[in-house]
Design a protein around this ligand. Sequence first.
Ligand SMILES: *[C@@H]1O[C@H](CO)[C@@H](O)[C@H](O)[C@H]1NC(C)=O
Ligand SMILES: *[C@@H]1O[C@H](CO)[C@@H](O)[C@H](O)[C@H]1NC(C)=O
Ligand SMILES: *[C@@H]1O[C@H](CO)[C@@H](O)[C@H](O)[C@H]1NC(C)=O
Ligand SMILES: *[C@@H]1O[C@H](CO)[C@@H](O)[C@H](O)[C@H]1NC(C)=O
Ligand SMILES: *[C@@H]1O[C@H](CO)[C@@H](O)[C@H](O)[C@H]1NC(C)=O
Length: 498
Amino acid sequence: MGSYWSFRLMVMVALLTVSITFKSANSDPQITLLNEGCNTKYRADNITNFGINFNKSLADLRNQISGGNTHFATAQEVWTSDPVFVLFQCRDYLSIADCVSCFDTASSQIQECYPHNGARFLYDGCYLRQEASFFFDQATNSGNGQICGNQTASQPTDFQTQAEALLQDLKLATPQMEGFFAASKRQLGNGSDAVYAVAQCTETVSKSGCEFCLKQVYDYIDVCLPNTDGRGFDAGCFMRYSATPFFADNQTTNIIPYLRAKGGNSNKRKTIILGAVVGVGLLLVILAFLLWHQLYRKTKKIEKSNIFGTTEIRGPVTYNYKVLKSATRNFSEENKLGEGGFSEVYKATMRNGKVVAVKKLNINFGKAKADFGSEVRLISNVHHRNLVRLLGYANKGAELLLVYEYMANGSLDRFLYGEKRGHLDWKKRFDIIFGIAKGLAYLHEQFHVCIIHRDIKSSNILLDDDFQPKIADFGLAKLLPEDRTHLSTGFAGTLYVY
Ligand SMILES: *[C@@H]1O[C@H](CO)[C@@H](O)[C@H](O)[C@H]1NC(C)=O
Ligand SMILES: *[C@@H]1O[C@H](CO)[C@@H](O)[C@H](O)[C@H]1NC(C)=O
Ligand SMILES: *[C@@H]1O[C@H](CO)[C@@H](O)[C@H](O)[C@H]1NC(C)=O
Ligand SMILES: *[C@@H]1O[C@H](CO)[C@@H](O)[C@H](O)[C@H]1NC(C)=O
Ligand SMILES: *[C@@H]1O[C@H](CO)[C@@H](O)[C@H](O)[C@H]1NC(C)=O
């Protein structure tokens, strides 16, 4: 579910080599675009009202930023048919003038998404997001990941060690700090070189939300090391490191007190605090449990109807191999959902609770590896309610992992011949057939590249929790070794006709 967006991949390769120097001090709004997304499946109902609300809320944001000497603002216009919620954030090291100038870039580029109600634009210097419903407290959401530079540091081991230590410190200190922002640097071994890094949460997430988000984003950005540059992002937070300074020296924050806060107190004080915390905590747990018990059903419903209110940034997302490995419990047997000639599929529970399916490809890639990136990009741009959505990928050496949305009801063959036989009435069967046809029509005629599946069978049709059919395994043929494409036991063959 929730796979209704259509996205263009927009990775700014150029930025990877861009070095932002601070020599001539200041006046750099850092408007390198890192990622953007429009919620293209959710169009405003009344375009006039939406346009008015949209512009009003943007104007409100700009006033707050330029007038209030602040780096963060939210605004909302909700009184007519198409409510608009917006959030804007600058890195705190920017001057207000640079912050406003980053805002102007973002608010002009976000017009691209009009009249789609939902958008995210992420730059080095700032972040602008718009939705049709309240999202200001959201810490994590799909559309997260990292953008890595392509140059290895000159002293990779030392650089990696120091950068990881610095990012770990920022991860711990930032949620403790007023304003959820920290910038810091750390010297490398021989003293003259350093690594620079920042961490920031949106000010409207909770402290625990900030902690949680940075924990995830640390894992994303860590993949970039030992390259000289990296950025990690999620809905509610951002991290960046570089071997080149990207903020002025006097913008560095002292994070040390926030790291000590955890360990250094006297024992007496600790005991008192601990006692109080345990007492109050116990009470809260009981209260929370009672509340949860009553609200559980309601909450679930709200989440479902809200699903249109969140945008995802354009994919595909690169996942951390280690994170996927642990989410599938080391690719354990009990997490295995199925296997084919060249792949195994595992159920993976991510740390934010989201369940996904991870396909592990067992192919000795030669030329295929080179095609991998472009294939994944193509497939991840296929968005249709009757096609299984590719969320992202990860690779480590020769191993390639593809991450798909998880389908609760498994494949159609279980309902036709397997353990669930007899569960489908005629209405459901008709809807499934009709859905498959719509998915195929999309692949053949509506997507900008014609994709021919060549291996439609009931085990390749997955069912979501509403028994909507979704076609799986399209678009992987180019990754198969030439001589094995004829084997029908493998995953589906696919042919492109440009
Ligand atoms: C790094 O990225 C730049 C900019 O796109 C590109 O010109 C260069 O070839 C890349 N270097 C490597 C080693 O891939
Ligand atoms: C949009 O809403 C306005 C005021 O609420 C109304 O006058 C107008 O007719 C609506 N337009 C459309 C196309 O529904
Ligand atoms: C909103 O602002 C944009 C850019 O300034 C402008 O092109 C557009 O006409 C405005 N829309 C409305 C409804 O005022
Ligand atoms: C730090 O040490 C490395 C390896 O010895 C050397 O290549 C590099 O130039 C040194 N950095 C500076 C700026 O002295
Ligand atoms: C930081 O240094 C810059 C010059 O590099 C100066 O213009 C600016 O006023 C300084 N800011 C603060 C807060 O001291």
